[in-house]
Write a protein that binds this ligand. Sequence first.
Ligand SMILES: *[C@@H]1O[C@H](CO)[C@@H](O)[C@H](O)[C@H]1NC(C)=O
Ligand SMILES: *[C@@H]1O[C@H](CO)[C@@H](O)[C@H](O)[C@H]1NC(C)=O
Ligand SMILES: *[C@@H]1O[C@H](CO)[C@@H](O)[C@H](O)[C@H]1NC(C)=O
Length: 336
Amino acid sequence: MSLAAAIALLLSLSLFFAGPVVCWRPWPQPHNSTDLLYGGSKKYEGSSEFVHLRYHMGPVLTANITVYPIWYGTWQSSQKRIIREFIDSLSAADAKPPSVAAWWKTVQLYTDQTGSNTSGNVRVGEQKNDRFYSHGKSLTRLSVQSVIKSAVSATTRPLPINPKSGVYLLLTSDDVYVENFCNNVCGFHYFTFPSIVGYTLPYAWVGNSAKLCPGVCAYPFAVPDYIPGLKAVKSPNGDVGVEGMISVIAHEIAELATNPLVNAWYAGQDPVAPVEIADLCEGIYGTGGGGSYTGQMLNGRDGATYNMNGIRRRFLVQWVWNHVLNYCTGPNALDH
Ligand SMILES: *[C@@H]1O[C@H](CO)[C@@H](O)[C@H](O)[C@H]1NC(C)=O
Ligand SMILES: *[C@@H]1O[C@H](CO)[C@@H](O)[C@H](O)[C@H]1NC(C)=O
Ligand SMILES: *[C@@H]1O[C@H](CO)[C@@H](O)[C@H](O)[C@H]1NC(C)=O
């Protein structure tokens, strides 16, 4: 093996063992990273002076973004529709305020080296069904990449190869376990390794937690058993598992768009554990949010809780970090 090959192997091995770096649960958080970031300051809706979100010179998704859903396992068409309509809402300017599209405007504030903004156009592209659990009902972080490989190399209707503006979104049904799911992980994003998939493709995984841990990953539509007295709120579309996924999907797409190769926008010293634009606002859905309080949300006449409108439906989505204002923002913010 040449020296160059040895170095390449070492590099790919270190990447290999580092694994996907970005994981997320909506709340409650057992860890202490926010305390670290925010230092002594407890001014919530995020905080300003202690957060040093920086641009690390890598690409952001500036071209029209196409999301390719991979439906792994058993999915009802009504469930798929909720998720597709959310993604299509990201650039639907005509939705009633506070809108999902206005939420995405904060993501558009992030630029690359040339000053180009993250794209304001996001659409759902080709989709792939993996109905028969091609890699089983328990996936590891590496077998997740093999599922994506199967989807882009299928003999019938493979997903297109789109490394520059594609987002490969692996969605697992409620009977599928993914490594660390529920144990503080509800989703993650990363990029595929050429050694496994053949290409470097930005991807995310988000799981339906309805059977395994709705209190962890579909909060606040479900609440954890270990917190007595906490009451779940009513979801707007009648599917707690899927609606819990919406905020996680939003979180991951926002981070993929602004940090697709994990070398663009993040805070913290450690690129192996970057803190990205949605991590900074975990669990914040409205004005006053922070700590264990979600912030002010909206209540429909039907009793459902949400904070923004899509094309045809209402959704509850966490806020994201606005690096111009230096705090978390969302379309339902009340004026102070
Ligand atoms: C987080 O860390 C601070 C010290 O930095 C400590 O006072 C606090 O109790 C910790 N919170 C949790 C939830 O462990
Ligand atoms: C990007 O999307 C916009 C809005 O859908 C469309 O008008 C434009 O033609 C697209 N650009 C490219 C290069 O596909
Ligand atoms: C692009 O980003 C810059 C810097 O954050 C911001 O001032 C500008 O409004 C953004 N443009 C769009 C179209 O979002």
